[in-house]
Design a binder for this molecule. Structure first.
Ligand code: AMP
Length: 219
């Protein structure tokens, strides 16, 4: 079992780059943010517990996240290659991911740190729109849909994530510095961290990540 991680602040482009990589590889995309939003939409017990944290831009407690990811990984075979987007976000999650992967005969293969200046992160989050039906990412300026407010892929309605409002965005950036940034040196010490300038257009970033990743599953 292989694992590739996309690490970076909110707005660094993790979801967008994951979509680009998914389109050209056999990687299985695991976005804890998407899974949690789905749980909130359904009103499942996990969704009910996670909702408040997400609205405030805080992290959902580790035990809930670990259980979510473990269940997801249990379904994959030894040959499965995962692309994690938005996970891990704390040291505890990173350590538990290592344990979980080693139990399943795998390890973290590469971690791409998507790097972009803070003002760009804020502008990206403010203009971000998502499809309500299929989750495809847009941006009002950088990645506009062909018809305003409508998803190119499925015709679904585009919406702004409630946690992309200004005050919550600032909190999410602070939470990233406080709780997630420590993972950079954790993975650097393991020798698996690769830095990518993600302030460039999406196609360039996807191409560079693919080049740096070498033989990605099915790429
Ligand atoms: P994202 O879509 O990755 O920006 O995640 C949206 C929100 O979901 C975050 O602000 C957190 O509240 C929650 N979340 C997503 N992934 C995690 C995680 N790995 N650990 C804790 N909370 C998470």
């Amino acid at each position: 079992m292989k694992a590739i991680i996309l690490l970076g602040a909110p707005g660094a482009g993790k979801g967008t780059i994951a979509e680009g990589l998914k389109a050209v590889s056999a990687l299985i995309h695991v976005s804890t943010g998407d899974m949690l939003r789905e749980a909130v939409k359904k009103g499942s017990p996990l969704g009910v517990q996670a909702d408040g944290y997400m609205k405030r831009g805080e992290l959902v407690p580790d035990d809930l996240i670990i259980r979510l990811v473990e269940t997801r990984l249990a379904g994959g075979g030894r040959e499965a290659a995962y692309l994690f987007d938005g996970f891990p976000r704390t040291m505890e999650q990173a350590r538990l991911l290592d344990d979980c992967l080693s139990r399943l005969g795998g390890q973290v293969d590469k971690v791409f740190l998507l790097d972009a200046p803070r003002d760009l992160l804020i502008a990206r989050l403010a203009g971000r729109r998502l499809c309500r039906k299929c989750g495809t990412n847009y941006h009002v300026v950088n990645i506009p849909p062909r018809r305003e407010g409508i998803c190119d892929a499925c015709g679904g309605e585009l919406y702004q994530r409630p946690d992309d409002g200004e005050a919550t965005v600032l909190n999410r950036l602070e939470v990233y510095v406080r709780q997630t940034e420590a993972l950079i040196s954790y993975y650097e010490k393991k020798g698996v961290l690769l830095r990518v300038d993600s302030s460039r257009p999406r196609q360039q970033v996807v191409a560079e990540v693919l080049r740096m990743a070498g033989a990605l599953a099915g790429a």
